[in-house]
Design a protein. Structure first.
Lengths: 159, 234
């Protein structure tokens, strides 16, 4: 992959990639670091990476780096429920509610939601990025949406 | 698959995901119309999607991530191909030029090909300076003589005789009129392309007129020990 193609990948995907990691980690600084690390790895492997699959390659790398980051920092206990402040704060906008509901999802389900809703990937493409098959992606997506749906429904009852 | 209470959520999910055909979509909508308790669930499923963002936030990383194109010029394929070709061409040309300069006088056969000789290795790479006097020889410029040796050892005496001939045939101190300094430089070059050995014999003769005073002195005849005088007036 020549420098021109690499730079095109920077222009096309760097903000999308950073948003994906930002939404996944809820940490903008870490998202920037991981995005830069992903592009650094792309530059180092530019002769091996197929430019036609550079987008998937970047998201895969960023996802793996994000998972490593989560494992290192363990922001929340796996068995914990959503933070209390989210339950008691006022939700005036459905957009905010959905974004907050996103945080109660496991990393894998959250990644699938982000890749599907923000990036518009198909089940197969998501499976390639996250190393899952199509059926697994569909099952995880169903579970994720169901959790978000229940979260929104619970909040409606509270409000 | 018939829509039932157990699988209605799955159908609603597929409906919003766009996985159903038009007829299946109609079936789902009819089922919800007939079972209004699922209307809220149908709406909540629709709200479980992340809202579409028309513009992506700029994180300001673009300038940090861009690379300058000059750093990978060596990766271009045309340079990878042409560089070795140019290098080989240059070496070939240089080698050819060197070979031509060493074998300018190499004789050619009738087919305009050089004579092929086998290699004869001799250690005659010495420079011999001979000091001799010759009255009749005029002053000459150095003349290179190129001798192509044959492989056969039979030819060696001939060559040696050629090489040695100027030395042996030159009369030493016969006439002191002109002093000729003859230097024979014998060089052998082994050709890499053909198995021939090129022997170049440079004979350098420096004729030097002896000063008049020396000339007069040289004409003085000194009697030898076995000289017997015949002239009574001597």
């Amino acid at each position: 992959m020549p420098t021109k193609s690499y730079n095109k990948a920077v222009h096309d995907y760097n903000n999308r990639l950073c948003r994906f990691v930002d939404k996944l980690l809820q940490n903008t600084d870490a998202a920037k670091d991981i995005t830069q690390e992903a592009y650094l790895r792309l530059w180092e492997n530019r002769n091996k990476v197929d430019f036609n699959k550079v987008r998937a390659w970047l998201f895969t790398t960023a996802y793996r780096l994000s998972i490593d980051f989560i494992k290192q920092h363990k922001r929340f206990d796996k068995n914990s429920e959503m933070p209390e402040k989210w339950v008691h704060q006022e939700h005036s906008d459905l957009k905010d509610v959905v974004h907050q509901a996103l945080q109660i999802l496991p990393e894998l389900q959250r990644s699938i939601i982000l890749l599907k809703d923000y990036e518009g990937y198909s089940y197969i493409e998501i499976g390639e990025i996250l190393n899952l098959n199509e059926s697994q992606v569909k099952v995880y997506l169903f579970r994720a949406r169901k959790k978000i749906k229940e979260y929104i429904g619970d909040l409606r009852l509270v409000i | 698959v018939k829509i039932e209470k157990e699988n209605i959520e799955s159908f609603i999910f597929d409906y919003h995901e766009g996985n159903l055909s038009d007829s299946e979509k109609t079936e789902v909508l009819n089922y919800i119309h007939n079972h209004p308790e699922y209307e809220v669930a149908f709406t909540l499923w629709a709200q479980s999607y992340l809202p579409h963002e028309s513009t992506v936030k700029n994180y300001g990383l673009t300038n940090h991530l861009l690379q300058t194109p000059s750093t990978d010029w060596y990766n271009k394929s045309w340079i990878k191909i042409t560089a070795p070709i140019l290098l080989i061409s240059f070496i070939s040309f240089f080698y050819h030029t060197t070979e031509e300069s060493t074998s300018l006088s190499t004789p050619h056969t009738k087919n305009n090909t050089r004579k092929q000789h086998s290699v004869v290795k001799t250690k005659v790479t010495t420079t011999t300076e001979l000091k001799s006097t010759n009255t009749n020889k005029p002053k000459e410029t150095p003349t290179p003589i190129v001798i192509h040796k044959l492989v056969d050892n039979k030819s060696r005496p001939e060559i040696n005789s050629i090489i040695e001939s100027p030395i042996s045939s030159t009369p030493i101190e016969t006439n002191p009129t002109i002093e000729i300094n003859t230097s024979i430089n014998i060089q052998e070059t082994k050709s890499n392309t053909s198995d021939s050995v090129i022997t170049v014999v440079n004979i350098t003769e420096t004729n030097k007129k002896v000063d008049e005073s020396k000339k007069k002195k040289s004409y003085k005849i000194k009697p030898t020990t076995d000289f017997i005088p015949t002239n009574p007036n001597f």
